[in-house]
Design a protein around this ligand. Structure first.
Ligand code: ADP
Ligand code: MG
Length: 692
């Protein structure tokens, strides 16, 4: 008997090629796919609920006698049928109805109806219920099991999907839906047998705990989520193992360029920077491509680690690319790398989207002929027209803004067909360890867990917007002392236009109150050169106050800025607030961050701002953020594909991740042959095997 994964859905009654195409949109091709297409919720049609016990929003079966029927004119003509049982009365309402229907509802007849309870003008109502009258009651309306509701796609009905799943389910046996989790793992993590879990979830018995099922934490659901997360984990581990088979340039010693670079710096690398650099050296000496993620809180000095790594490649005449998510950041890196490397006679090229014409051509030439050993830019570096002479190290800053595919594209620009470039990815969005191990299992991780010495921690205060004037005075005082400040505007609306407008209005308001203080304004709708010019002005101290939207979030480095006011901080995520705050506290002066919230602040808002006030450790904040907002938000757009699950939910199931990781290790070590079938069961189908 062959596995259900080899049997196409078209074998089932009611599925021709047209329906099969619709199912394919849900990634359902085989009977196994149908079996793993689980209900998103359940209706309890197993028992009749007394009308007196109904609650708003319940989906229930009721039964009673018809006590009246009329057509109500109102705003919309509708047919109303009043039903009474021993405990109360209820109205069935139909906006579309026939004369025949009206006749059907004779007083005294017994009716059974199913639907969602809504509030109507005379108490509870059900709109367009499914119903049957006394002589028609059949066992199918009073079912032995809960009724599943499946995810659908256009053109498929719930009834059809139920029938397909039911047919597929009838054919499930332990021989054709194979248990790929070895006994040892099932025992260790107390997982029920696969086939039992599947049957249970498609057809929970009448006595099933509906609330538990709705929470997604039923042992049968746990079992399937576990298996799915395990499959994803294994696929990432697989990717990592495969990358280890590729070849990459070998850098076996740090070399003289690094020595000269370090000599030229006014400071010593911190122990954490040294350690992470050593981890990089270990990777790049292996002959296989490095795939390393460096996590480091804002201001921890990731750029220096990048520069130190770059120096070792330059030493051997190999090219290094540094890619940033925005032009402002790219420019900042460009300036840093120029400042560090040009005195050592190493050329730095520069490539961003705005660079056009001859300037662009000349940069492209320097990149192609290898005159420039360092290339700094934005995603413009991915473009096809960009040819490197021998790109050997790709450094990607603020990784969460780039997708996996973009990373891969840069990798394709590697040295030649034989050697792959090494990759060093830097992110300032700390990710809690367990989550990192899942989301970044394809990467090795390093953490810079120490800030450079001499920093004064940022003091954060939480202030009501009723005290806005005091805050403005504080900005004035700081600017008069020669310090600089940021004023960050946020808006609840997602609209960037509104955000920019708010920033513009705030800038006008502040320049009225702060005569004599030069104010810069930066927001997302400015063109890149305008933004860069305004940043430059602020950096040079030509402007003292920078009014900004959250575009300054990432990476901007102006050590003289020691005060930040954030408006409506209650509307931002914790990680984002932490990032913003990281723009101050970069110099010697004591720094302050004022969270200027809008009153009244919700309890939830108080708790969140309290966390930011009390903690400056990005990892602790990330843990809290994970609790509050969930992993989707935290990981941002990274690998959205990776983070889409059929059954699992990272937020709900996060406690499972550590177990999944240890199970993955076990599978890898002792049950290697089970990995492939597990992956093909759970991961989106790469090729349409029905056409193979
Ligand atoms: P981030 O990790 O946020 O990217 P940066 O690399 O921009 O941090 O570094 C922040 C600031 O700290 C920069 O001004 C940088 O020159 C400085 N810095 C980096 N490493 C050290 C160090 N070891 N000692 C003193 N200052 C350092
Ligand atoms: Mg940085």
């Amino acid at each position: 008997m062959s596995g259900l994964e080899t049997i196409p859905v078209t074998e089932l009654k009611g599925i021709g090629s047209a329906v099969a195409e619709k199912l394919a949109k849900l990634n359902i091709h085989s009977l196994q796919d149908l079996v793993f297409h689980l209900p998103m919720r359940y209706q309890d049609r197993t028992k009749v609920v007394p009308i007196g016990r109904l609650r708003l929003g319940d989906e229930v079966v009721i039964e009673g006698d018809v006590i009246g029927c009329e057509v109500a004119m109102g705003k919309r003509r509708s047919l109303l049928c009043r039903v009474k049982d021993h405990s109360g009365t209820l109205t069935l309402r139909f906006f579309h109805f026939t004369a025949g229907q009206k006749k059907q509802f004779e007083s005294g007849k017994t009716i059974r109806a199913f639907g969602e309870i809504k509030r109507g003008s005379f108490g509870y109502e059900i709109f367009h219920p499914e119903y049957s009258l006394a002589d028609e009651f059949t066992p199918s309306t009073e079912q032995a099991q809960l009724t599943p509701t499946y995810p659908l796609t256009e053109g498929l009905t719930q009834l059809k999907m139920r029938s397909f799943c039911e047919q597929a389910l009838e054919r499930v046996t332990p021989y054709n839906v194979i248990e790929w989790l070895p006994e040892a793992i099932r025992h260790k993590f107390q997982l029920p047998p696969l086939v039992d879990a599947i049957h249970y979830l498609h057809k929970p018995p009448a006595e099933a705990d509906v609330a538990l099922l709705a929470s997604g934490k039923h042992p049968a659901q746990f079992r399937l989520s576990f298996e799915e997360l395990l499959a994803h984990q294994l696929s990432l581990v697989n990717k990592k193992q495969q990358a280890k088979l590729d070849r990459a340039p070998i850098i076996s010693e740090a070399g003289a360029v690094l020595g000269k670079l370090l000599e030229s710096l006014p400071f010593q690398p911190t122990n954490a920077q040294q350690r992470v650099f050593q981890e990089v050296m270990q990777d790049v000496s292996s002959g296989h491509p490095m795939l390393r993620l460096v996590q480091g809180d804002v201001g921890s000095g990731k750029t220096l680690v990048a520069a130190m790594s770059a120096a070792t490649f330059i030493q051997k005449g190999l090219q290094v690319a540094i890619m940033a998510p925005t032009e402002i950041l790219a420019e900042q890196h460009f300036n840093n790398f120029k400042q560090w490397f040009e005195p050592l006679d190493i050329e730095v090229a520069w490539l961003v989207g705005k660079l056009k014409g001859n300037a662009r051509i000349s940069q492209l030439e320097r990149i192609a002929n290898g005159t420039a050993l360092i290339v700094v830019g934005t995603h413009a570096l991915f473009q096809e027209s960009v040819q490197f002479k021998n790109l050997s190290l790709a450094i990607i800053d603020e990784q969460h803004r780039f997708g996996v595919h973009q990373r891969m594209a840069l990798r394709e620009k590697g040295v030649d067909g034989l050697l792959q470039p090494h990759q060093l990815i830097m992110t300032a969005t700390p990710i809690p360890r367990t989550l990192a191990m899942s989301a970044y299992a394809d990467l090795d991780c390093s953490v810079i867990d120490e800030l450079p010495p001499g920093r004064t921690p940022v003091t954060t205060i939480v202030v009501s917007d009723k005290r806005r004037n005091e805050v403005i005075e504080r900005v004035r005082a700081a600017c008069n002392e020669g310090k600089q400040a940021y004023w960050v505007c946020t808006l609840v609306e997602e609209s960037e236009a509104l955000q920019c407008q708010a920033a513009e209005e705030t800038a006008v308001m502040l320049s009225d109150s702060l005569a004599g203080i030069k104010i810069g304004l930066i927001h997302g709708r400015l063109k890149a050169p305008e933004k860069a010019a305004i940043m430059q002005e602020f950096k040079q101290g030509d402007s003292q106050l920078l009014v900004a939207t959250t575009v300054i979030e990432v990476g901007v480095d102006v050590p003289n800025a020691s005060l930040m006011v954030i408006e409506n901080p209650e509307r931002l995520g914790l990680a984002q607030l932490h990032q913003l705050r990281g723009r101050v506290g970069r110099g010697q002066a004591a720094s302050h961050c004022v969270l200027l919230y809008k009153t009244p602040l919700s309890q939830h808002g108080k708790v969140r701002l309290g966390i930011i006030r009390e903690t400056s450790d990005g990892f602790k904040i990330a843990e809290k953020d994970l609790e509050i907002r969930g992993p989707g938000e935290l990981l941002g757009s990274r690998q959205t594909g990776l983070m889409e699950f059929k059954v699992a939910d990272l937020q709900r199931d996060k406690a499972m991740l550590e177990q999944v990781q240890s199970a993955a290790l076990l599978m890898y070590q002792s049950h290697h042959e089970h990995i492939e079938p597990l992956l093909s069961r759970w991961l989106p189908i790469q090729q349409d095997y029905l056409n193979v």
